[in-house]
Design a protein around this ligand. Sequence first.
Ligand SMILES: Cc1cc2nc3c(=O)[nH]c(=O)nc-3n(C[C@H](O)[C@H](O)[C@H](O)COP(=O)(O)OP(=O)(O)OC[C@H]3O[C@@H](n4cnc5c(N)ncnc54)[C@H](O)[C@@H]3O)c2cc1C
Length: 599
Amino acid sequence: MQKHEYDGIIVGAGGAGLMAALHASRGGRVAVLSKLYPTRSHTGAAQGGISAALGNMEPDKPEWHAFDTVKGSDYLADQDAVELMCSLAPEIIIELEHLGLPFDRTPEGKIAQRRFGGHTNNETGKPVMRACHAADRTGHMILQTLYQQCIKQGVEFFDEFQVMDLLLDEKERRVAGVVAYEIATGELHVFHAQAVLFATGGWGRVWEVTSNATSLTGDGTALVWRRGIPLEDMEFFQFHPTGIYKLGILLTEGMRGEGAVLLNDQGERFMERYAPTVKDLASRDVVSRAIYLEIREGRGIGGKNYVYLDLRPETINKYFEKEGAKWPDGSPRRVTKEYLLEKLGDTIGFCRTYLGIDPLEEPVPVQPTAHYAMGGIPTNVHAEVVVDVQNTVFPGLYAAGECACVSVHGANRLGTNSLLDLVVFGKLGGQRMAQFIRQNDPPPLPPNPTARVEEELERLRNGRGKENPAEIREELRRVMMANVGVFRTRELLEGAREKIRELRERYRRARVMDPGRIFNQDLLEAWEVGNMLDIAEVTTVAALARTESRGAHSREDFPERDDENWLKHSLAYRRDDGAIELDYKPVVITKWQPKARVY
Ligand SMILES: Cc1cc2nc3c(=O)[nH]c(=O)nc-3n(C[C@H](O)[C@H](O)[C@H](O)COP(=O)(O)OP(=O)(O)OC[C@H]3O[C@@H](n4cnc5c(N)ncnc54)[C@H](O)[C@@H]3O)c2cc1C
């Protein structure tokens, strides 16, 4: 076992982790630990854009952005946090630009923007161009830019180190460090530090059809949960409307932002019925439900469970003409193949590669795909982890990005608001951490810091059981897709809870085939199944308790939103015997009282 001393540890090298590292490293020695090589983090897969009310293309203001975010969240977001994020958005985009991020430009040289779901002009209710983008590689550019800046600033990186435990000083209830597994050698490392920030991303892999990379198994979220930290709003998980049929690979909402439309078996643009004002650019929860309903009513393509996404210029231009759509300079809005290739080249390439379909020539089969975790580790706006209804801060513990719940997304996130969340709260968290590490020394390490991890890995390597972890994982993903998906009922959720308990029992007897130490992916994936089971169970239990429909949580047995009883965040706690206990805390409302949500 090797030991390292730092002031601060950042777990995760996506947009949130790198932004935090950049700012935290101004306060002391900071190391970033990542199970992936940093630029392979999922942030690099983000295509469509990052929101900010710059108003470069047409009138816009941060206050409209904030209202859209609150409405998109189905009024569950904390409005103070939303207002802060949206008001900081314009300056943080300029900060990214100054760090070197190559945004697309307008002809006069300003940062170009496009439309995205749920972002509107609050006076007309029509979609507004608010998403800043670098073609359809926005996340890739953010990641490359921040990584270069971290290297320049001397942030230290431990690449391919998988963090497996959080170390606490139990007496003082303070953070003492983390335990990590070096993937290349199988060796355990203890990182002793007074502050730790988790930025481990989401957990879409818990569902069978997902847009998320294989690595997104909720490690950070699950391991802090096992150390007694509650999880907030876990019942809210977003399904993105346009995953490639069966594969789940994401086709960015930027396609609809550029004019693509959804069509059913009758060639009807069905979103006109569900959201008459913004149509295909309604919030994701609304569009995903509409697709499911079309399929259920037999209007999936050929009666199957998918619909078409049509990006052909002739289709787009037909609807633009019908609506009288205009460019900012007043000229009629039309697109060409060349224009679409320039704006959406990667996404068009995915369709060609994975489906053999050229979306400029043919419509593409799509279905909703598990995409984004609105819930997670509860934090305040400084990314400090808070552990109870009174928002008491846990000293030295931070979380930012998708693994955290601030909460700015409430029950449903708007597209392009995640990249914004990463950089805003990554930065605020990094700054707060810099202050903390200047003022505090680390507490002593607990005795036997690696004991818990060693025991777990030993069981998976050399236990007596014969259960195959990969089979458990696939059964889990199937039941989550079928029972804890876009539409839910009590029966479905209870069925899932039973199944998860059975799988958990079997997981106790799980054993890997490869007992080796070097690049033992078999072992690491088996360990990740444990995290997925924890996350799935919390999600299901919180969803069962919430007897209303709000945002992405849609209960067919309770179809209405119930503000009287449920305008509150859930907090799930793990009791010592493993049982889950739920508590609730109020939503922060500043100026927008809940209203009916129509698009
Ligand atoms: C295909 C796709 C497209 C998207 N497009 C957009 C978009 O256009 N706009 C938008 O706003 N949002 C978009 N999103 C959402 C957004 O990209 C993510 O929410 C965001 O990138 C998450 O960033 P993060 O920094 O929290 O984590 P990630 O970028 O996911 O990084 C997680 C990091 O944690 C590390 N890690 C995880 N577990 C461990 C462990 N046990 N030990 C050590 N390290 C660990 C990983 O190595 C990685 O470095 C998209 C998401 C997907 C999947």
